[in-house]
Write a protein that binds this ligand. Structure first.
Ligand code: MN
Length: 720
């Protein structure tokens, strides 16, 4: 492999002069100090090439100076390896160069440390950290990229072949795409070409040789160049035309992708026309199109619609003056620099040309992709999956949209407004009725585009329907819609099943025992009591089949899983209690979810076929019912009745010997009967039980609760 023509190291005064030429505000003293400090601390250290080590930071600083970046970058570059490779400390740099620079140097150091580990730990994880570190300051990333560019220029000095390959691969997979995403084409091209050279040396040599063995090409490029220049000058445009060959890596990629040979690669020739201002871009385009035959379908206007990394140009393909297919890019000098230097140039121009005509339409949101990446990183559980994804497209397959508050929501390409709503929150999705995109009202199925600001409009009574699935592409939205529909359905069936089974049990005067039921149904498709009730509700399981397990009534009763369906609480006795607001002739029963007792505020829900279910007004399930149900406002009209009601309590208490006995005796002391008691949670410290207690009214139940709460070992008592 041939040795690279390494640039002469820039001298101290040359560097300062160079900076001052493009930035008169350069802090000359600080740059000088950093230059001297860098030489001093790296001292006699050598690189693998045998060069003094400090040549490396000087080269990195010079690369950044070529991009006309300010002295913060340059000083950071000069110092970027001092913390990592010398005895220098963060505090020392902070004292000498200030906190801002110390932070930047520290940021680059962190990235370098991650790099060192990347051979052992999974690359994706490093990548993740890399981005997170970068989030502090994009300048850190630029210095790191410049560092990588110089390391790639000198990669063949690295003796360990495996290390070389690793660095090259990492460069191609991570650093080049990063450079591309922040628009620094110059870095991207260089990184790709060097990586290509090391990863596929034979292919690289072959492409380079074939490029070199096309002597006629140079002449042709010159002729075409002259021809185009003349066409434009005749149209009184002052332009610069550059013939450019594509990079070895891009040629190689094209050959691979299209499965063609080098000779067949007709569009090897490309020209760039650089003009003075925006209008001239289009004037030049007009002149070119009227002078040459345009290849249809190849025109792209990246000026009115810049790429997400800020790239702007007009692209077209022509049949050139020598019947050669040629690619043309037309852009202003500023667009050109933004293409070459990306973010860096953008900042540069922002400083320099505050009131100039050049206005980037994506100003402000242009680098939001960084935030987007961070968002995604934060929510990615599996870094490998993330890297896979990232390697492939660098997020070209995603759209990034904003909430009205400016939060970024990342979605797959072609996602809809409804996907966006579900991405914000399941409930927002479920209640969405329409949306505004950039202030304009749109339907839920509308496709989203990068940078859209989306405001979801919701309505309380809205509910998802199965047809919504057609409008969404994200897994999250699909899952939420299905879940909603499933839950809604099974809630209804559960309630119905419970009612049917209760009625059947009452009719047969059976005692229900969940344990026996589950034992008998073991191995069947039913996993739990709820499943059985849902199946009864759906009609796939008959109450008859269930009842047979409880006949004849010779079941062992004392069991912690027993729920007695006391006949006292049945329809026929309800007449005595007399609730106001009922529909005469309709059966009524108490809801199993909230166990209303006399004195509670209550509501009724009318279920066709099964009668009226009485809920506590505060019941969660009642609240969750759709408005399609018929609701009744009910009140107790008779407060002195002999009837008893079942109240359900959840009690949490300290796991101590005798605790359970104390609780049951406390309940008895309040002259309430325990109908059922079920342990729902046992940890080493606490137990949780659910107990059904028959009481005469709410006051008695509250009395029980108060007594229980007064016990030291009881931590919580709640009605269920
Ligand atoms: Mn370095």
């Amino acid at each position: 492999m041939k040795a690279a023509a390494s640039k002469p190291v820039i001298r101290q005064y040359e560097l300062v002069e160079k900076l001052k030429r493009y930035n008169p505000n350069t802090d000359e003293d600080l740059v000088n100090k950093a230059y001297v400090f860098c030489m001093k601390v790296h001292g006699q250290q050598l690189r693998e090439s045998g060069d003094p080590y400090f040549h490396h930071p000087l080269e990195v600083a010079n690369i950044l100076a070529d991009m006309r970046l300010d002295h913060y970058y340059i000083i950071t570059a000069l110092l970027h390896d001092t913390i990592e490779d010398t005895l220098t400390t963060y505090e020392e740099i902070e004292n000498l160069f200030g906190t801002e620079i110390a932070k930047l140097v520290n940021g680059v150091t962190k990235l370098s440390q991650l790099e060192l580990q990347s051979s052992s730990s999974p690359q994706a994880e490093n990548f993740r950290k890399l981005f997170l570190a970068m989030s502090d300051d994009l300048r850190i990333l630029l210095v790191k990229l410049a560092d990588r560019v110089h390391n790639m220029r000198t990669l063949y000095f690295v003796k360990d072949p495996e290390k070389r390959l690793r660095i090259a691969r990492e460069t191609l997979e991570i650093y080049a795409p990063l450079a591309s995403r922040i628009g620094t084409t110059k870095f991207k091209d260089e990184l790709q070409n060097y990586a290509f050279e090391h990863l596929h040396p034979e292919d690289y040599t072959s492409v380079m040789e074939q490029l070199a063995n096309m002597p006629q090409t140079q002449q042709l490029i010159e002729n075409i160049n002259n021809d185009i220049t003349k066409v434009l000058e005749d149209g009184s445009l002052k332009v610069q035309v550059f013939g450019r060959e594509k990079t070895p890596y891009s040629i190689w990629k094209k050959i691979q992708k299209r499965n063609i040979t080098f000779e067949q690669l007709s569009d090897l020739m490309a020209f760039r026309i650089v003009v003075t201002n925006l209008q001239e871009c289009y004037q030049a385009l007009g002149l070119i199109h009227s002078s040459y035959i345009m290849v249809p379908g190849r025109f792209k206007d990246y000026i009115s619609t810049p790429k997400t990394n800020g790239y702007q140009s007009l692209h077209t393909t022509l049949i050139g003056p020598y019947n050669q297919k040629i690619e043309i890019q037309i852009r202003t000098q500023e667009m050109h620099e933004i293409c070459e230097f990306g973010v860096a140039a953008h900042w540069h121009y922002k400083q320099k040309t505050k009131n100039k005509e050049y206005i980037n339409p994506h100003e402000g949101t242009q680098y939001s992709w960084v935030r987007n990446l961070l968002e995604i990183l934060e929510h990615t559980d599996n870094p490998d999956e993330f890297l896979e994804h990232t390697k492939l497209e660098m997020f070209n397959d995603q759209v990034f949209c904003f909430t009205p508050k400016g939060e970024v929501i990342a979605l797959p390409k072609h996602a809809s407004v409804l996907d966006f709503a579900y991405a914000i929150h399941g409930e927002v999705g479920n209640k969405a009725v329409s949306a505004k995109i950039n202030g304009k009202q749109v339907p839920l199925r509308t496709e989203l585009y990068n940078g859209d600001q989306v405001e979801i409009i919701t309505a309380k009574q809205q509910e998802p329907s199965l047809s919504w699935e057609k409008y969404v592409i994200t897994g999250k939205a699909k899952a939420q819609i299905r879940k909603f529909i499933r839950t809604k359905k099974s809630d209804q069936f559960l309630e119905l099943g419970k009612t049917l089974l209760t009625k059947a049990l009452q009719k047969e005067e059976c005692t229900f025992n969940e344990k026996i039921l589950l034992q008998n149904l073991k191995g069947s498709q039913y996993n739990n009591y709820e499943d059985i009730l849902i199946s009864i509700g759906e009609g796939t399981l008959s109450t008859k089949d269930v009842l047979k397990y409880f006949q004849p009534q010779v079941l062992a009763i004392p069991d912690d899983k027993i729920i007695k369906f006391k006949s006292k609480q049945n329809t026929e006795n309800l007449a005595k209690i007399s609730i106001k607001g009922l529909i005469p002739g309709m059966a009524i029963h108490y809801a199993g979810c909230c166990h209303p007792v006399l004195g509670d505020k209550i509501n009724g829900v009318v279920n066709t076929g099964t009668g009226i279910t009485v809920h506590k007004s505060s019941c969660q399930q009642l609240a969750a019912l759709s408005l399609n149900n018929e609701f009744l406002d009910l009140t107790w009209s008779n407060s002195d009745t002999d009837d008893t009601f079942i109240g359900r309590l959840k009690i949490t208490f300290v796991n101590k010997q005798g605790a359970l006995a104390l609780i049951t005796s406390t309940i008895s002391k309040c002259r309430a009967d325990i109908n059922n008691l079920k342990i729902i949670n046992r940890s080493t410290d606490f137990w949780e039980i659910i107990t059904d207690i028959s009481v005469q009214n709410k006051d008695q139940l509250q009395n029980v609760q108060a007594h229980l709460r007064s016990l030291n070992l009881v931590s919580q008592v709640d009605r269920q």
